[in-house]
Write a protein that binds this ligand. Structure first.
Ligand SMILES: [Zn+2]
Length: 231
């Protein structure tokens, strides 16, 4: 789950047998073209744990909450994928119709513009079909985005992180549903504050987008209220 911010290698941890604490191993990947070791250094797990905690409970959980409320109010968000599929299916029909017409025209005329248009449309058709396949394979496991979201939302409210589980594997599997990977880079000036960058999983990404929008609107409302109070 933790990737090196310099070479991209997956980073691992080790337990110090003397003090029982867990540390991040320094990255040791050797660049074969230069023979040099990756310079990314180690860090204590506590720092990284705290960071993950903050992300999970101060960012992701509130975002999931907001999106959940919006879904309860309005199921439209869940329909974005299916409406895109509809849209693309219609486009496909339309392009096929146009291609048929052009074929007829090309039978009776040698105008190169028909030919050009025909290849343009064929290209467009390929793109539409590609996107359709991607969208439809996305839920081939029988779950659409909404189901996955509801599951994750439920888990983050009841399940096992925050000290409830001590098994790092359980915790790891749980966190990976929300953030994956986390990119780590040591900080030479302040070793206790390494650079950590989170990548949200697809479902959480959408929740974060909605959350961002929500917070923006809330801030605007607050500003408007302040302005009113001043006047
Ligand atoms: Zn590295």
């Amino acid at each position: 789950m933790l990737k090196c911010g310099i070479c991209g290698r997956t980073m691992t941890f080790y337990k110090d047998s003397k003090n029982g604490r867990t540390y991040l191993k320094p990255c040791s990947k050797v660049d074969f073209t230069t023979g040099k070791r990756c310079p990314n250094g180690a860090s204590s797990l506590v720092v990284i744990d705290q960071f993950i905690n903050d992300v999970m409970w101060k960012e992701i959980k509130p975002a999931m909450n907001v999106l959940n409320e919006q879904i309860a109010k309005n199921t439209e968000i869940l329909d974005t994928t299916s409406s895109r599929v509809k849209e693309l299916t219609n486009q496909k029909k339309d392009i096929n119709k146009q291609l048929d017409k052009l074929l007829d025209l090309m039978l009776t005329s040698n105008d190169h513009r028909f030919k050009d248009k025909y290849s343009q449309l064929q290209y467009r058709l390929q793109e539409v079909e590609k996107e359709l396949t991607e969208l439809q394979s996305g839920d081939s496991d029988g779950k659409d985005w909404g189901d996955v979201f509801l599951e994750l939302n439920k888990e983050i409210h009841i399940l096992p992180y925050k000290g409830k589980s001590k098994d790092p594997k359980v915790i790891n599997t749980f966190i990976k549903k929300y953030i994956d990977p986390i990119v780590y880079k040591k900080n030479d000036l302040e070793p206790d504050k390494p650079y950590l960058k989170v990548h949200y999983t697809e479902t959480v990404q959408q929740a974060m987008e909605v959350y961002k929008q929500y917070r923006k609107e809330m801030n605007e409302k607050l500003e408007a209220r302040k302005q009113k109070a001043i006047l």
